[in-house]
Write a protein that binds this ligand. Structure first.
Ligand code: MG
Length: 384
């Protein structure tokens, strides 16, 4: 939160069809979160008191799903043009004329508090403020691929969003805008009405997702935190004909006894992933007292942990499981186990390790009373 900033409101324009980016990009996932959610979260974190998200008519349910759990936002319906969409957003917003309003493209998800602060502070003594970047590359005129001259770049800037105005200024400027003309952005509308718009320092990370390949670049910009979790499990041997280990059934003259299928490898691995997230343990999520897990395939426990991770915007990096027993011999099944885990976890094979050891006849595993498993999982969570 930034309590020293004046109270402000925001309009996030998410009504585009995104044809150049290959579909409506505002709903696509980026770092485990819908694109539009990044901007709304950033505005709320900076203290926005009121956020209007302008969506195409009929996309309200998509917005509700994408922004689930966030407070302080509502939708307005988009119009035929961007200007119509912004006008609808302003109408939905309302409020006193001197209220600072930030107007932002949902397609610029990498919004940070610093830029929000700069555009709001830029409003002191100006009718509008936009974040801009100087042009670093030299500029050339060309036609049919042949250079025909240079362009002086010192007075050129790349305009970004959010652009900040006082509510009365932007509403009046739109009212004065000539019908039928297309404005480059809101700053152009205020300039045409005679307003003074200043440029404040933008942010290269605030790139607009325009082409399909922009998503890969944006993914690489997301701050990620690496975490490690470990898990341990043991089950007792009992009479049987096969044993489940790491999702693979191995013929054996005993089975492991447990409430579920007693796959200690999958249980240890599930706990490792939950542990890396700080999200409790397998017993919290699947209580052994609950009859619905009796005899259950442990695949579903692991998949549940991976889904919890995805919901947090995280991803698995690698896993390493060690099975501890005298019998059965694990080695002939190791490759099948790795392939099964890689499949369940959507990981490449070289990110999945299954190892086995004995305890040289010592302890409960050595005496053949039970089997134990240890696992380590590395994850990445988005956010710093
Ligand atoms: Mg267990």
């Amino acid at each position: 939160m930034t309590p020293d900033l004046p109270a402000f409101a925001a309009i996030v324009v998410a009504a585009g069809s995104g044809s150049r980016a290959g579909g409506a990009k505002q709903w696509r996932m980026l770092g485990g979160r819908p694109v539009v959610r990044w901007s709304v979260e950033a505005l709320l974190a900076a203290g926005a008191a009121d956020v209007v998200v302008v969506v195409s008519p009929g996309a309200e349910a998509q917005a509700a799903a994408a922004l689930a759990g966030l407070p302080g936002w509502r939708t307005a319906s988009g119009g035929a043009t961007r200007a119509d969409s912004v006008r609808n957003g302003l109408e939905a917003l309302g409020g006193p004329d001197d209220r600072p309003v930030l107007i932002h493209d949902a397609a610029r998800p990498m919004l940070g508090t610093a830029v929000i602060r700069r555009v709001i502070e830029g409003l002191n003594g100006a009718d509008g403020a936009l974040p801009g970047l100087p042009v670093a590359d030299s500029l050339r005129l060309a036609s049919d691929g042949v250079v025909s001259g240079a362009v002086e770049r010192d007075s050129l800037w790349r305009a970004q969003t959010p652009q900040a105005f006082r509510l009365g200024t932007i509403v009046d400027a739109y009212a004065a805008w000539p019908a039928g003309e297309v404005a480059a952005d809101e700053a152009a509308v205020v300039e045409r009405a005679g307003g003074r718009v200043v440029i404040v320092e933008g942010d290269p990370r605030l790139m607009k997702l325009t082409f399909p390949e922009d998503f890969a670049m944006a993914e690489a910009l997301i701050p990620r935190q690496t975490r490690v979790g470990q898990g341990f499990d043991a089950h007792r041997w009992g009479p049987g004909t096969s044993v489940w280990l790491c999702g693979v059934e191995i013929p054996h003259d005993q089975m492991l006894i447990g409430h579920s299928d007693a796959d200690a490898g999958l249980h240890a691995l599930t706990d490792a992933i939950l542990g890396a997230m700080g999200d409790g343990d397998i017993g919290d999520h699947f209580p052994p007292t609950d009859p619905q897990w009796k005899g259950a395939s442990s695949d579903r426990f692991l998949i549940h942990a991976v889904e919890r991770l995805a919901a947090r915007g995280g991803r698995l990096v690698n896993v390493d499981v060690t099975l501890i027993c005298e019998r059965p011999r694990v080695k002939p099944y190791r490759q099948a186990m790795r392939e099964r885990l890689a499949d369940l976890l959507s990981l490449p094979l070289d990110a999945v390790s299954v190892k086995a050891t004995t305890t040289e006849a010592m302890g409960f595993t050595g005496r053949g009373e039970g089997l134990a498993a240890q696992a380590v999982a590395t994850i990445e969570l988005t956010g710093s």
